[in-house]
Design a protein around this ligand. Structure first.
Ligand SMILES: NC(=O)c1ccc[n+]([C@@H]2O[C@H](COP(=O)([O-])OP(=O)(O)OC[C@H]3O[C@@H](n4cnc5c(N)ncnc54)[C@H](O)[C@@H]3O)[C@@H](O)[C@H]2O)c1
Length: 265
């Protein structure tokens, strides 16, 4: 059910082929946005576009690797060719890796930093330059993580991931200040335990390390959620839609927890 007046606004959502990004793309399309569904995987991106069109929404798909600066620029250019302007960028693409810090090799560290942090910088630079040229402000919404604010825990070896997500929170704060004169608002959401393929991977790999049954790590994590249920991708999409709306027009450089009460600050 649409709640915000985003009719005709143009949005890019990265990593929108599945999981949280897919839910955000759907929600923004339901709010009236024209959506570029960008993902490394062209098949899943095309599938999400087909779903949105089926619901009567406007979307087109693009294969993009957010770690490649020319591809980030191309994503913005092609969005302009397709839809004529750009109002909203949602930096959602991200990857996780299970490895205790003492076992984290350079490849794992670089992959986390490249996709989760550098990708946010490159896509934001390309989008912000376009928004500045348009002269009408804009919104950049980053999908960080609870791991961007607190350590995932002794039994959840997500150290490099957490470092990359802390970088997203820092980028949000500084970018919010640097772009404020242009009316471009930059905010960030930190989710908890969201039911997506990423958490399935965390569960599987952590369980294998601990010799625990598959599903038990996720169940344990969900037990700790004060609101008592696993998070749905839509729980995140709802807050992203709000941050894209006029109701959020006096908020920038901030980080919002959407975690069922899991995150203490
Ligand atoms: N699942 C959770 O519990 C959770 C919690 C907090 C934050 N997050 C964050 O939310 C975001 C989405 O997570 P998810 O759980 O939906 O993950 P997911 O693995 O289900 O989906 C991630 C999507 O990003 C795409 N992607 C990966 N690398 C890319 C690249 N280089 N360029 C473009 N696209 C790329 C993948 O193809 C995939 O479609 C991530 O940034 C993640 O860190 C997830």
């Amino acid at each position: 059910m649409p709640r915000y007046e985003l009719d005709g606004q143009v949005a890019i959502v990265t990593g929108a082929g599945r999981g949280i990004g897919r839910a955000i793309a759907h929600r923004l399309a339901q709010e009236g946005c024209k959506v570029t569904v960008a993902d490394l995987n062209p098949e899943t991106a095309a599938q999400v576009v087909a779903e949105i069109r089926e619901e009567g929404g406007h979307a087109f798909s693009l294969q993009v690797d957010v770690t490649q600066q020319p591809e980030a620029q191309g994503m913005v250019q092609q969005t302009i060719e397709q839809f004529g302007s750009l109002r909203i960028l949602v930096n959602n693409a991200g990857i996780g890796a299970i490895a205790p810090l003492l076992e984290t090799d350079e490849g794992t560290w670089d992959a986390m930093m490249n996709v989760n942090a550098k990708g946010v910088l490159f896509c934001s630079q390309a989008a912000a330059r376009q928004m500045i040229a348009q002269g009408e402000g804009g919104r950049i919404i980053n999908n960080a993580s609870g791991a961007g604010k607190v350590a995932p825990g002794k039994n959840l070896p997500l150290g490099a991931y957490a470092a990359s997500k802390h970088a997203v929170v820092a980028l949000t704060k500084q970018m919010g200040l640097e772009l404020s004169d242009h009316g471009i608002l930059v905010n960030c959401v930190c989710a908890g335990i969201v039911d997506t393929p990423m958490w399935d991977l965390i569960d599987r790999e952590t369980a294998a390390r601990q010799g625990a049954p598959v599903g038990s790590i996720k169940a344990q994590a969900v037990d700790g959620v004060p609101l008592g249920r696993i998070q749905k991708p839509d729980d995140v999409a709802n807050v992203v839609a709000f941050l894209a709306s006029e109701d959020a027009s006096y908020m920038t450089g901030q980080t919002y927890n959407v975690s069922g009460g899991l995150l203490p600050y």
